[in-house]
Design a protein around this ligand. Structure first.
Ligand code: URA
Length: 308
């Protein structure tokens, strides 16, 4: 018998089939990493969920802004030295990964049952922490449940945690999170007056795009989270959030800026504004003005709902 050759496609296919049958469904690095040897980073103490975003240089030009609101984020361009690393940009081109589909419809059912049985956000968090049906949990360091004020009138939902979020166990704490904080500040809000979560609560390895199957497994949790928070207004940050929660296949550039409705399992209709993801805005600053318009719409909607 000849030894398996790394250049023979048949040998490679057999090896991959062996890995898949053994449950190894992700190839992340060229060389093995001993995760047990890694020191778990200390959870950064988040003294206040309202930490002010880092101040950045003044913009060259400012978009039209209401008096009293700092819209400088909408006009800023990335510094020449800015280098976005894929871990900070969830929808940037990802490293290739090998993914074997795992037929576990049962996990979707289980996620639905667990989500529906949670009557508080704390219970939901506990159910999610105990849930083993999503493979992403096993490569993530932390469950990224939420940040902000669960009694807020505004809830924002992104796609999935990146590296920084995984390390801290909080959504939007990396570079795109700092931009999001500034966008919120521009309409007079911060993490004491907004609640932030993601469709997927575990970081996909290497920041790859979550598979449709992973999204379906996690969907009941985020839907229940929205239902329990019961915000007056929902903001979908980026296409994956909009597509998942607004049941549409339309692209975000067409969706954004137009009010939609997210309907909860109990039938509550929540006005939802799809907008551009902060990570996208960091790469495409010319589109910040579009997000700025969307945030002004959100602000106007919150005002109108407060007086109605
Ligand atoms: N991008 C997201 O969609 N969510 C996060 O929490 C961070 C980056």
């Amino acid at each position: 018998m000849t030894a398996a050759s790394p250049n023979n496609p048949i040998d490679i296919a057999e090896l991959l089939a062996f890995y898949a049958s053994a449950g190894v469904d992700e190839a992340l690095e060229d060389t093995p990493i001993n995760r047990f040897a890694e020191v778990k980073p200390k959870q950064a103490e988040r003294v206040s969920a309202t930490a002010a975003p880092a101040r950045e240089s003044r913009p060259q030009e400012r978009p039209a802004a209401e008096p009293g609101f700092d819209a400088s984020w909408a006009a800023e361009r990335p510094a020449a030295s800015t280098r976005l690393d894929a871990s900070q940009v969830p929808d940037a081109p990802r490293r290739p990964t090998l993914t074997a589909a795992v037929p576990d419809e049962g996990q979707i059912m289980l996620a639905r049952q667990l989500a529906a049985s949670a009557s508080t956000l704390d219970e939901l968090r506990q159910h999610m922490a105990a849930f083993d049906g999503c493979n992403l949990k096993f490569t993530a360091k932390n469950l990224v449940f939420a940040d902000g004020n669960p009694n807020a009138e505004l809830m924002l939902v992104g796609e999935a945690p990146g590296r920084d979020e995984d390390l801290e166990g909080l959504p939007f704490v990396g570079r795109s999170g700092r931009l999001l904080d500034r966008m919120l500040a521009a309409i007079g809000l911060d993490r004491t007056s907004a609640y932030i979560a993601n469709v997927i609560p575990w970081r996909p390895p290497g920041n790859r795009t979550p598979t449709p199957h992973e999204t379906e497994i996690c969907r009941p949790f985020i839907e229940r989270q929205i239902e329990l928070v019961n915000p007056k207004v929902l903001v979908n940050l980026g296409g994956p959030s909009a597509k998942t929660l607004l049941n549409t296949t339309e692209g975000i550039l067409r969706l954004r800026g137009n009010w939609r409705v997210h309907t909860t399992a109990s039938g509550t209709a929540i006005p939802a504004m799809p907008t551009l993801h902060p990570a996208y805005l960091l790469r495409t600053p010319a589109h910040k003005k579009l997000a700025w318009r969307d945030f002004l719409e959100v602000k106007a909607k919150l005002r109108a709902l407060a007086t109605s």
